[in-house]
Design a protein around this ligand. Structure first.
Ligand SMILES: Nc1ncnc2c1ncn2[C@@H]1O[C@H](COP(=O)(O)OP(=O)(O)OP(=O)(O)O)[C@@H](O)[C@H]1O
Ligand SMILES: [Mg+2]
Length: 430
C-alpha cells in the first residue's frame, strides 16, 4: 500500500455575493477529482500551468483547505474525515514548504523562534536548549550557518530563505514533505542547489515528496512519477522517464514541445505545438474534456460532452484522453480549434492540415476566460481551525522594511524579494 493516496479529491470554493447576506452564486472548481498515490521514499512531481489547482491540492492534503469530497489516505488513515484533534498528530508527519519563501516566514520572528515554534507545539525537545541543538543540526543539514539562529528572514537571500522553509519542515521529523514550487522564485544557479539539497535529504532521511512545479524541467530529475494537471484534474501520469520519452496527452505534448532542445539541428526541426488562449475559468470549466477548448486534436462531439477518465495505457502510463490510441497511430487529424495553431520550427503549419470542427469549440474569448485570480468573497477557508502553528505565518502580508546586512548571494536577494512579493502568475513555462 502506498504511503499517501488521494482518492478523487475535490476542492470547490464557494463564490459569495451580497452585502448583508452572503449568497453562494457559484463555485471555483479548483481541484475537481484528483486521484494519485505516492510510494514511501519516492517523489511525485506535479506540474501544470498557473491556476490549475496545484497549491490547492497540496494544501488540501494537509487540510489547510477544506476538502469538498474525496479521501486522503495517509499510512492507512483517511485524513479527510479526521476530527481536528486527531488531525494534529498527523500534521507533524506531513509538512509543506510553501510557494512564497518570504511571505511564509514571519518577518518579526528570528529563525530560532520560527523553527522552534512548531517543535514546541508538537512536543519535540524537552526544553528550548534541546530544541536549539536540534535546530543547529538541521540548519547544518540544509547548508545554513548556525549563526542564522538569531537573524531575521529579510537578512537572507531567496535561496537561503527556501532552505529555512525546508528546515522548518525538517525539524518536525516528517514522513512526507509537500514542496510547493520550491525553486520557482530562485534564479537558475540556486535552483539546482535547492533541488540537489532536496534529493540529498530524501536519501539520508528517507523522505517522501510531493513536488509541485509549473516547469517540467524542475521536476524531471527529482521525480519518480510525474502527474500533469490541467484545470483541476490530472490529464497524464507516468514514470518520469516514460513521460519525457513519449508524452501521450495533447496537453503534455504541448508542454514538452515548448522545452527547447540544446542541439540546434534538432531544435530547428522540432515541431512545436502552441496553445493559444488562457486556462479557462475554474469557476466555469468547459464541459466534457477540460482541455477540449485548446486541444489541437479535438474531435467532434465526444470531447465536448464526455470527460475522459485517467486510464492506464500500459506500463503504468495513464492518460485522460478519448483519442490517445488514435493520436498515437496518427489516425485522427489535428483539428486546429479556435485560437490554436501548430508550428513547425518557426513556420505556421499550412492551412490544408487544418480542419476546424465547427460548433464543438468555444470561440476562445480569453477575456472571458481570463486567469482566475479575480476577487471573490469566500469564507475563511484556510482558517477553519486547521491551520498549523508552523503554517500560521504563511499568509502574512507584512514585509520587513529595514533590509540590512545581506551577507551572501546579494543579487539573489533582490530577485527573491521581488518574486516573493508577487505570486507567480506567469504563463506556462514548461
Ligand atoms: N481561497 C480561495 N478561494 C477562491 N478561489 C481560490 C482560493 N484559492 C485558490 N483559488 C482559485 O483556485 C484556482 C487554483 O489556484 P491554485 O493557487 O491552487 O493554483 P496553482 O496551480 O497553485 O497556481 P500557481 O502556479 O499560480 O501557484 C485558481 O483559479 C485560484 O484563483
Ligand atoms: Mg501554486
Amino acid at each position: 500500500m502506498s504511503l499517501l493516496e488521494l482518492d478523487d479529491i475535490k476542492v470547490h470554493f464557494p463564490v459569495k455575493k451580497g452585502l448583508f447576506f452572503d449568497r453562494t452564486v457559484g463555485h471555483v472548481y479548483a481541484v475537481d477529482g484528483v486521484s494519485l498515490s505516492i510510494e514511501a521514499g519516492q517523489t511525485y512531481g506535479l506540474v501544470g500551468e498557473s491556476g490549475c489547482g496545484k497549491t490547492t491540492l497540496g494544501r488540501a492534503v494537509l487540510r489547510l483547505n477544506d476538502i469538498t469530497d474525496g479521501g486522503v489516505v495517509f499510512d492507512g488513515t483517511d485524513l479527510a474525515k479526521l476530527p481536528g484533534e486527531e488531525m494534529r498528530a498527523f500534521r507533524r508527519r506531513l509538512q509543506m514548504v510553501f510557494q512564497d519563501p518570504l511571505g511564509s516566514l514571519n518577518p518579526r520572528q528570528n529563525i530560532e523562534s520560527i523553527l522552534s515554534e512548531g517543535m514546541a507545539a508538537h512536543g519535540i525537545g524537552k526544553d528550548q536548549a534541546e530544541r536549539r541543538e536540534k535546530i543547529k543540526d538541521i540548519l547544518a543539514k540544509v547548508g545554513l550557518p548556525s549563526n542564522a539562529l538569531s537573524r531575521y528572514p529579510h537578512e537572507f537571500s531567496g535561496g537561503q530563505r527556501q532552505r529555512i522553509g525546508i528546515a522548518r519542515a525538517l525539524v518536525l521529523e516528517p514522513d512526507v514533505i509537500i514542496c510547493d514550487e520550491p525553486v520557482s522564485a530562485l534564479d537558475v544557479s540556486v535552483q539546482a542547489q535547492v533541488i540537489n539539497l532536496l534529493e540529498e535529504l530524501q536519501e539520508s532521511l528517507g523522505l517522501t515528496y510531493l513536488v509541485i512545479a509549473h516547469d517540467l524541467a524542475v521536476v524531471r530529475h527529482i521525480s519518480d512519477v510525474i502527474g500533469v494537471m490541467y484545470l483541476g484534474g490530472l490529464v497524464e501520469e507516468a514514470p518520469s522517464d516514460a513521460l519525457y520519452a513519449g508524452p501521450r496527452h495533447p496537453y503534455t505534448k504541448a508542454l514538452m514541445s515548448a522545452v527547447p532542445v540544446p542541439d540546434p539541428e534538432v531544435e530547428d526541426r522540432r515541431e512545436r505545438i502552441l496553445l493559444h488562449g488562457d486556462l479557462p475559468s475554474p469557476a466555469n470549466p468547459p464541459a466534457g474534456c477540460r482541455f477540449h477548448t485548446r486541444c489541437p486534436w479535438v474531435q467532434e462531439t465526444k470531447c465536448a460532452t464526455e470527460r475522459p477518465p485517467l486510464l492506464d495505457t500500459g506500463d503504468g502510463h495513464k492518460v485522460a484522453c478519448h483519442f490517445t490510441a488514435e493520436i498515437e497511430a496518427g489516425t485522427v487529424k489535428q483539428t486546429l480549434a479556435t485560437g490554436i495553431e501548430a508550428v513547425v520550427g518557426t513556420e505556421t503549419v499550412a492551412a490544408e492540415a487544418v480542419e476546424v470542427s465547427e460548433g464543438e469549440t468555444e470561440t476562445g474569448a480569453p477575456a472571458a476566460d481570463a486567469p482566475q485570480k479575480e476577487p471573490v468573497t469566500v469564507p475563511a477557508q484556510a482558517d477553519a481551525g486547521a491551520k498549523e502553528k508552523t503554517a500560521a505565518a504563511e499568509e502574512t502580508e507584512e514585509k520587513a522594511s529595514d533590509a540590512t546586512d545581506v551577507k551572501n548571494e546579494t543579487a539573489d536577494v533582490k530577485k527573491g524579494t521581488a518574486d516573493a512579493t508577487e505570486k507567480a502568475e506567469g504563463s506556462p513555462k514548461a
